[in-house]
Write a protein that binds this ligand. Sequence first.
Ligand code: 26V
Length: 818
Amino acid sequence: LALAPVTAPASTVDGFVREFLQNLNFNRGVALSTSSATDRYFALAYTVRDYLMARWLEDLRRQREVQAKGVAYLSAEYLLGRQLDNNLLASGLTDIASEALASCGIDLDDLRQQEVEPGLGNGGLGRLAACFIDSLATLGVPNTGYGIRYEYGIFRQTFEDGQQVEQPDSWLAYGSPWEFPHPEAAQTISFGGHTETYDDGGVQRSRWVPGWNVQAVPYNYMVPGYQNGRVNTLRLWSAKATNSFDLRVFNSGDYEEAVRAQTFAENISKVLYPEDSTPQGKELRLQQQYFFVAASIKDFLDVTLPKDFDLTKLPDRIIFQLNDTHPVIAVPELMRVLVDEKKMEWEDAWAITQKCFAYTCHTLLPEALEVWSVDLLGHLLPRHLEIIYRINDDFLDAVRERFGDDEMRIRDMSIIGEHPVRSVRMAYLATVAGAKVNGVAELHSQLLREKVLPDFDEFFPGKFTNVTNGVTPRRFVRLANPELSALITDALGSGWVTDLERLRELETHAEDPEFRARFAEVKAANKRRLSAVLRERDGFEVSDGHMLDVMVKRLHEYKRQMLKILHVVTQYESVISGRVVAADLQPRTAIFGAKAAPGYAMAKNIIHLINAVGSVVNADTRLEGRLKVLFPPNYNVTLAERVIPAADLSEQISLAGKEASGTGNMKFALNGALTIGTDDGANVEIRELVGDENFFLFGMSEPEVEALWARGYKPAEFYQADDNLRRALDLIASGAFSRGDRSTFEPIVSNLLYDDRFMVLADYSSYIAEQVKVDAAYADQDAWNRSAILNVARTGFFSSDRSMRDYIDRIWHTPPSF
Ligand code: 26V
């Protein structure tokens, strides 16, 4: 009897009602009549879980049986978004659930709103990880996503007088119905202490004598494939003080010290670092990184692999994919386990390690490349530092053998940098250890090879490759845009959700006036829905007939939100100065969504400016309501799902060569927005696919950017040369948006005039000129809709299913199993 497999509840409305009420009564301990919306949401989530459970257990069992090669995705961030709707869709239960709840007098939509999204990531990198594990489950590839169960995710953003204020994101306040804690399966993770050598039956060996331990408690989450009966696992680690840790102190009679020690240990998974792209070199962050990768490697070696597994076969069973440099400490950790604990020869261990890792780089900004000072690393992980030195020594010997004693080159390629302090360059370590290194869009991968790591490319032929990012069509088309999905399914049948290239077949429909009219109606409905969301959430009004011009992404100077707001100021100035009559403006609403890293002063000042421009512009009746700026606070995945399907124009305006890929750009195009963008990141590939005539390109190309830098960039010359630019900047400087106070935005203005690292002023004229073309194009709604449909039809390439196939074929070699 104990061996009887778990079976799913009956997939009928009656079966669902029974299961739901059971969960409400027995798991929430409430009656339907007295239950709160939270109770009902939890009971619903438990019910959906119950349906997926049999599949999950079966998958885990089969994976154990088959022992096929799988992917361990190592990522410090997973920006999952809400789970309920996705899990309903994956299990094919949406209609049944909706009907079942209705029969209990409950609106499914009300329960959807109860979920607090797990915001365990900053932006693109974390959301990409979430898309990838969705696609792997949908493709039926064995995968465990490993990461950190932060108690506080990305901060909740509010505005006070237009300025960003950060609030803690207590996403676990009511608990999460999606997680399965396994305290009994906790791993012990060590830190600090020292290393020593010892005699091991005549062999001199090194070992680590750690100073302190914490427990890593796994929390499992279901990752269901789309209606394919597959359920993979996301395993997030939570830090817990060990008993011995505080007992020792406790026995010394110092109660307060014992509690303090416990707090110290549990701080490790307390909060997601909200810095995006500028590493701070904080010890706690390195603790987080080591904590989760050490636990993950132990989990795989000790729990997933069979007891008697021959470790020389490790590369046949697993590939650890390093999502940026954050998990790279896994490389010396695997070496330590193999050499110190499993007593393998160094060379054998290194040969295995080099086959078990692959590294994805997500940036080109030099300040974003992580380095750890040797001081800090040696103090926290002394044995790992020794191992890194040994890896580097062997590597530099090989470099010398190949290139001779070219000391300049040796210094450039060393994993250890010397300036400003002796540090470990994590990207170099990942490159040396990884079987493959990839960038995230064609242009990015090319620049990575040619500009950032050219010596490594020469030394390791064939190691560098590209995998262009993608996004999951389940969440970002099927769920976010149900009306467009229905229209597509009507035209093509339902297979497109897992075969996105099929969207191509829409090309012919773009020529059908009736189809275009239906498409226009979908867009209008999405705008009404967004309008309702923003009214309810923020008290905003979205005006009828406006082009929705959307820029949503982290606030960073390189992304150039500044350029977008300069366009708004330019339009505003042209009307209030009387050079343009308001009636001639194409009605537009600029929508921004962006969080700034709490310590990034310039980014915060730009947020303040956008809000300030918004309050002035929105209130000025001279514009006759034809220009609006909306900046809903706390942009997150949930809001993205509402904003993107309603957008007409997608702003992808980074300085060429700075945005590694972008993934928002893909989501907009797939939802039928046209892009105004630079030749940067995946924009390049989007434009190639949709065609020049369906894309608004502006600005310098990457080589032109390089050339201008080389000539000596003087932003003030651009200010002098363009009347519109001068008037816009002067207006900001005059205090027009800061109640006459000229100091508020002075740091922005002077930065633009005298520094302007990201060449906002150099690209301004070209941007404004292209926006004029956008206005003209939008005036012909029918032609615009045709273009928008062609954007949808031609961007199926950007499904994360395709990205995953690329990784599988060219990096992982992990075919779908059973
Ligand atoms: C870096 C750091 C540095 C230490 C502090 C915390 C932290 C958090 C995140 C990051 C990652 C920055 C890199 C990143 O997010 N890159 C973005 O990756 C996207 C997915 O590949 C890509 O589309 C974006 O273009 C790229 O900016």
